[in-house]
Ligand binder design. Structure first.
Ligand code: NAX
Length: 337
């Protein structure tokens, strides 16, 4: 049994689908490795408490050696007490006839108080990733409510989009996913997101050259990227709902685990993607949480700078960033930030 001090991980929405897919993998050591024991704090609202309590019983039945203790609560102050890693999964989904402003307001009522509770109660090394949608703006709201916590400690999940892009590219070329490096997702975790293979490589060769060989020439490769790859990655969530009859769950939990693992252990091969706070990189207005290609040396994600962005990607990035700026304006108008 490891004698290392346990890492406290808070999971909000732990009684929901993604929560259920996350808990057992974390307890098994998939997120922090086999040497780091964990304490789990499961935050739910009243309606979700029984589901979270049931998951806690099953965690006990798993007899996980790394799992030191589990606490289920509806009090953010208890949930974030001593928290080292916060997985902010629980969010308010868009209901029938709900306007965007209502959705943003409902989520501000969740992520504002949770950000404040992180600032007040979490450990000084806390890192948080927002999974619950609209994830980028929820991260902005949580970070704004925690002014004493560096904004760089907050992120929104675009690793699922990144993984989807890697998977699509590998399938199109007929290689394993480990052959694919340096794909990027830019912008918002929404239909406007921008999957980009400009700097990607496949088995060490530029992805655009490999795609040109696969589809005939570079124009055909760009057509495939624009007409098939990009919309399929961006709309993959809808495709999963249509085929599976339910939204992405295990793949979202897997992406969340990979996001944290690479954040705290470092990105090993090339870069990955995460929505992090902009300091003006690539012309993204300061303070917005936008997806970028990122690397970590284990001390947190940093934006990969200095990449050339071709005009067709730039146009889409500008549109996605405009959407993020609109969401920020809407949240400002509500007086939330
Ligand atoms: P579920 O509805 O199964 O679970 C959400 C849980 O959150 C519920 O149990 C609910 O009681 C709880 N909850 C609501 N408000 C809460 C609060 N204030 N504090 C604590 N818990 C609260 O949804 P699930 O399928 O687990 O999805 C969770 C979120 O992930 C959704 O917002 C969804 O849109 C988002 N997703 C984000 C993805 C990403 O890549 N960023 C992909 C997957 C997913 O769509």
């Amino acid at each position: 049994m490891s004698t290392a001090a346990p890492t406290t991980i808070t999971i909000t929405g732990a009684g929901g689908q993604i929560g259920y897919a996350l808990l057992f993998r974390i307890a098994a050591g998939d997120m922090l490795g086999p040497d780091r024991p964990v304490r789990l704090r499961l935050l739910e609202i009243r309606q979700g408490l029984r589901a979270a309590e049931g998951a806690a019983l099953e965690l006990q039945d798993g007899a996980f050696e790394l799992l030191r203790d589990v606490e289920v609560t509806e009090d953010p102050a208890v949930a974030f007490d001593g928290c080292n890693i916060a997985l902010l999964v629980g969010a308010r989904p868009r209901g029938p006839g709900m306007e965007r402003a209502d959705l943003l307001a409902a989520n501000a009522g969740i992520f504002g108080p949770q950000g404040a509770a992180i600032a007040a109660h979490a450990a000084s090394d806390v890192r948080a990733v927002v999974v619950g949608n609209p994830a980028n703006t929820n991260a902005l709201i949580a970070s704004a409510a925690a002014p004493d916590v560096p904004a760089e400690r907050f992120a929104a999940l675009t690793r699922l989009d990144h993984n989807r892009a890697v998977g699509q590219l590998a399938e199109a070329i007929g290689v394993g996913v480990s052959a694919v490096r340096d794909v990027a997702i830019w912008g918002n975790h929404s239909a406007t997101q921008v999957p980009d293979v400009t700097h990607a490589t496949i088995d060490g060769a530029p992805a655009l050259d490999v795609l040109a060989a696969r589809f005939g020439d570079e124009d055909a490769a760009i057509r495939w990227l624009d007409d098939e790859f990009t919309p399929r990655v961006a709309k993959r969530g809808a495709e999963i709902i249509e085929v599976r009859g339910s939204s992405s769950v295990a793949s979202a939990a897997n992406a969340t685990i990979s996001h944290i693992r690479d954040d705290v252990e470092g990105t090993r091969l090339g870069w990955t993607s995460a929505a992090v706070v902009s300091h003006g990189e690539y012309g993204v207005p300061e303070g917005l949480f936008s997806s970028f290609p990122v690397r970590s040396d284990g001390s947190g994600y940093r934006i990969v700078e200095g990449l050339e962005v071709p005009a067709r990607i730039r146009r889409r990035l500008d549109a996605s960033v405009a959407e993020l700026a609109d969401e920020r304006e809407a949240v400002r108008a509500l007086g939330v930030i």
